[in-house]
Design a protein around this ligand. Structure first.
Ligand SMILES: Cc1ncc(COP(=O)(O)O)c(C=O)c1O
Length: 395
């Protein structure tokens, strides 16, 4: 049997129609399959490879750390330089109140940790989250996911969770002294790229402060430059109490984090001691990779190039069959009339060497979240493949 057949036989399947393409190499904006065919990657492993695949500085950091040491002991006991250096670097590029990092293995675990942190810090258990939000797939993060279709099969879930409308002032009225935390994506990704208004985010911040509620912003997908700011919350002129990081945090290695002020984070330290622990969270190799990736992103000045590239996409993605294009930086949802039409366009794009997909809560929207290193020529190439696919599929 070949690898594709073995994949279908022995690797747990998450859908009955996986793409099942076998890739053998990836570099920068491109991936190559086992027949040598080249694909331009327009989804960056779902907002992970912001500095592209196998960035040389990231590969070097992984190789050198792997040769020094890998796993030593469960999180939080030994001083491990890659963790310490990455936490220090993150603190230096985040606002001063986000100065203490708890590393996890994934975004979902960052959400879980922050839910526990909010309970401990406030002594409350109610959480407000938003419709069409995605914070992960574990049971706690699933409990705050804002879509009943995806939640329903796993009930009972956590009690005390209220789902309200994103960007609605009525939702803000619902926050009170029983609310431990409000969880929100700075920009809703899986909803099909929706951002909040500045007024709403500022009112949300104010109400959380007034009620002693922690404002937890999920930047797992929209952080690390994706929205045209290093941190997406910068566009609203506010700072959350806790920020959730993942995906691009590890520059291709598995890594998540929740970051807060040390005074807040301290509440996970005692009563019970070891109240939140992880064996592999903050793995030294993942932290070394993440640090190299974050420095490459910040020092490479890619974020400054985003507005012009965003505008180029918007100028080029014009077609009578496109119903809408929503974008925030290098995060685009291209909306078609139905999932069926979108899926045919996606399949045609992939057949013609462009990797894309759809959004969990917006199946009629095609996802474009390329590595931030994409050049203007590559934007033109990608848009041509997409427009040709639309022509082929819809006529
Ligand atoms: C906004 C957001 N939060 C949380 C997660 C969960 O991250 P992970 O898949 O690493 O558990 C994701 C993953 O897609 C996400 O997009």
């Amino acid at each position: 049997m070949n690898n594709r057949q073995l994949f279908l036989q022995h690797v747990a399947q998450t859908s009955d129609a996986p793409l099942a393409i076998e890739f053998t190499k990836a570099s920068g904006m491109y991936m190559w399959d086992n027949h040598g065919k080249q694909y331009i990657d327009m989804i960056a492993g779902i907002s992970v490879c912001n500095v592209g695949h196998c960035h040389p500085a990231v590969v070097e950091a992984i190789q050198s750390q792997a040769a020094q040491y890998m796993h030593l002991l469960v999180y939080g006991e030994f001083v491990q330089a890659p963790q310490v250096q990455y936490a220090t670097y993150l603190s230096s590029i985040l606002p001063p109140s986000l100065n203490c990092v708890y590393f996890t293995n994934s975004g979902s675990e960052a959400t879980e940790g922050a839910m526990k942190l909010a309970k401990r810090y406030t002594g409350r258990h109610e959480i407000i989250a938003f419709k069409n939000s995605y914070h992960g797939s574990t049971q706690g993060s699933l409990s705050i996911m804002g879509d009943e279709y995806w939640r329903n099969a796993y009930r009972p879930l956590l009690p005390g969770i209220h789902h309200l409308d994103y960007n609605s002032f009525e939702a803000i009225d619902a926050i009170n002294h029983n609310t431990a935390a409000v969880f929100a994506e700075s920009v809703q990704a899986e909803a099909g790229v929706y951002k909040a208004s500045k007024e709403w985010m500022q009112a949300l911040r104010k109400k959380c402060t007034e009620t002693g509620t922690l404002l937890v912003l999920d930047e797992i997908q929209c952080g690390f430059g994706r929205n045209g700011f290093l941190w997406s919350f910068e566009q609203y002129g506010i700072v959350p109490d806790v920020v959730l990081l993942g995906k691009a945090l590890g520059a291709g290695m598995p890594l998540g984090a929740f970051v807060a002020d040390k005074e807040i984070m301290w509440s996970l330290t005692n009563n019970p001691v070891l109240g939140h622990i992880t064996t592999f969270g903050g793995h030294p190799v993942a932290c070394a990779a993440g640090l190299a990736g974050a420095k490459a992103l910040v020092e490479g000045d890619y974020i400054a190039t985003i507005p012009a590239k965003e505008q180029l996409f918007l100028d080029l993605l014009k077609h009578p069959k496109i119903k809408a294009v929503r974008s925030v930086g290098m995060m685009f949802a291209v909306e078609f009339e139905s999932f069926e039409v979108n899926k045919k366009i996606i399949d045609d794009c992939i057949a013609n060497g462009l990797i894309t997909d759809w959004f969990l809560f917006a199946p009629a929207c095609l996802r474009l979240v390329p590595p931030l290193i994409i050049t203007e020529d590559e934007v033109r190439t990608a848009c041509k493949i997409i427009l040709d696919a639309i022509d082929r599929v819809t006529f």
